[in-house]
Design a protein around this ligand. Structure first.
Ligand code: SAM
Ligand code: SF4
Ligand code: SF4
Length: 339
C-alpha cells in the first residue's frame, strides 16, 4: 500500500469532471465572473478512466465524481459505466447539486454508479434564491426524489452558515428522515473561492450539536470503523442518524486519505494545497502506466499536507485567497478542485 510521509494511505480520489456550474452558492462561487479551464485541457472519459485505473492499482478503492456540477458534463452515465468497470474501484459515488439529477438518475444507476450525495442547504426556495442565485429549488427536490426512485443510497450535504440557514437544522433532519437520506452538516470552510468567508459565519460542530440536542434531547456519537471518514456520525434519541463534517473547527487531516483530480488532470494532495501535479501533460506526452504509477507513488510518498489543521493555527483568519489570486489561477477554486 502506498503511504504518505505521515503514514496515510492513498485511499480515495475525487474526480472533478467539469469546473462549470449552474449554481452560484455564496460559500463557493460568490463572484460575478470566473476564469474557466481551457476546453482543450479537459480530460476525455478515456483519459479519466486510464488515470483512475492507475490510481486503483495503487490502492484507491473509493472514487467520487464531482465538479463544478458533474451533471453538466455531457453523457456522464457513459463515464460512470467506464469507471464502474475499473478493477479495484469498489465504491463509486457522486456529489451533485441535484438540479439535473431527476432526468439522469436512472441511467446513472444502470451504469453502475453506487451512491449519490445531493447538496441541499435550505428547504426554502426564496432562501435558495439568495444563497445560490437560482429559482430552481423544486428541481433539486425532484432530483432527490428521482435518485431515491432509482434506488440510490442517498446523503444530503448542508453547509451551515450562521445567520443564513442555521435555523433549518431540525427541518433538514426531518426532511432527510422523510426521504430516507442521511444529512451531513458541513462547517463553512475558508477554502479557495470562499471569498465571502468570515469566522463569524462558521456555525461549529459544537453549536450544531447544542441546537439539535435542545430540540431532540441527548445525542450520542456513533462509532465508526472507517478512520478516514470525514464525517463524524451521531444518533438522536429516536434512532435517526446524521453526520457532521467539522473541517473548520475540528479538522481530521491526520487520517485523510483523499486526493483530488481536476477536470484538466491536475492532481491535488489537499483541498488547501498551493500547487498540484500535472498528470495531463504526462498522459498526453505518452507516459506508460508504469511511469504514471511511479509519478503518483513518489508524489504521494512526499505528502505532508494537513491544510485545515494549519488554517486552524492562523490568527485572525480571512479567506484563503482574494479574487485576483483566484483569477490568476482557477485551480485554487473549490469549484475546480471539486470540494
Ligand atoms: N456542485 C456539486 C455540489 O454542490 O454538490 C459538487 C461540487 S461542490 C464544490 C462539493 C461540495 O463542496 C458541496 O457539498 C458543497 O456544499 C461543498 N462546499 C463548497 N464550498 C464550500 C465551503 N466554502 N465550505 C464548505 N463546503 C463547501
Ligand atoms: Fe454550489 Fe457545488 Fe456549484 Fe460550488 S460547485 S457553486 S457548491 S453547486
Ligand atoms: Fe485532507 Fe487537506 Fe482536508 Fe486536511 S485539509 S482533511 S489534509 S484535504
Amino acid at each position: 500500500m502506498t503511504r504518505d510521509k505521515v503514514g496515510r494511505p492513498l485511499g480515495s480520489l475525487r474526480v472533478s469532471v467539469t469546473d462549470r456550474c449552474n449554481l452560484r452558492c455564496r460559500y463557493c462561487m460568490p463572484e460575478q465572473e470566473y476564469v474557466w479551464l481551457p476546453k482543450q485541457s479537459i480530460l476525455t472519459f478515456e483519459e479519466i478512466t486510464r488515470l483512475v485505473g492507475v490510481f486503483a492499482s495503487l490502492g484507491v478503492e473509493k472514487v467520487r465524481l464531482t465538479g463544478g456540477e458533474p451533471l453538466l458534463r455531457h453523457d456522464l452515465p457513459a463515464l460512470a459505466r467506464m469507471l464502474a468497470g475499473v478493477s479495484g474501484v469498489r465504491d463509486l459515488a457522486m456529489t451533485t447539486n441535484g438540479l439535473l439529477l431527476a432526468k439522469q438518475a436512472e441511467d446513472l444507476r444502470r451504469a453502475g454508479l453506487g451512491r449519490v450525495t445531493v447538496s441541499l442547504d435550505t428547504l426554502r426556495p426564496a432562501r435558495m434564491r439568495e444563497l445560490a442565485r437560482t429559482d430552481k429549488h423544486a428541481d433539486v427536490l425532484a432530483g432527490i426524489a428521482g435518485a431515491r426512485a432509482a434506488g440510490f443510497p442517498l446523503k444530503l450535504n448542508t453547509v451551515v452558515m450562521r445567520g443564513t440557514n442555521d435555523d433549518e437544522l431540525v427541518d433538514l433532519i426531518e426532511f432527510g428522515r422523510a426521504h430516507d437520506a442521511e444529512v451531513r452538516f458541513i462547517e463553512y470552510m475558508d477554502v479557495g473561492g470562499a471569498t465571502a468567508w468570515s469566522a463569524e459565519q462558521v456555525f461549529s460542530q459544537r453549536e450544531i450539536l447544542a441546537r439539535l440536542s435542545a430540540h431532540y434531547g441527548a445525542i450520542e456519537a456513533v462509532p465508526t470503523a472507517d478512520v478516514a471518514a470525514p464525517a463524524e456520525r451521531f444518533r438522536l434519541p429516536d434512532g435517526a442518524t446524521f453526520g457532521i463534517v467539522a473541517s473548520t473547527t475540528a479538522p481530521f487531516c491526520r487520517s485523510c486519505d483523499r486526493s483530488r483530480l481536476t477536470a484538466d488532470g491536475t492532481w491535488f494532495l489537499c483541498l488547501y494545497a498551493e500547487r498540484g501535479t500535472d498528470l495531463r501533460e504526462s498522459l498526453r506526452s505518452g507516459a506508460s502506466d508504469v511511469a504514471l504509477k511511479d509519478l503518483i507513488t513518489s508524489t504521494w510518498q512526499g505528502r505532508v499536507d494537513r491544510g485545515a489543521e494549519e488554517r486552524l493555527a492562523v490568527r485572525d483568519r480571512s479567506p484563503l485567497y482574494q479574487v485576483t489570486a483566484l483569477r490568476a489561477d482557477p485551480h485554487r477554486e473549490m469549484h475546480t478542485r471539486g470540494g
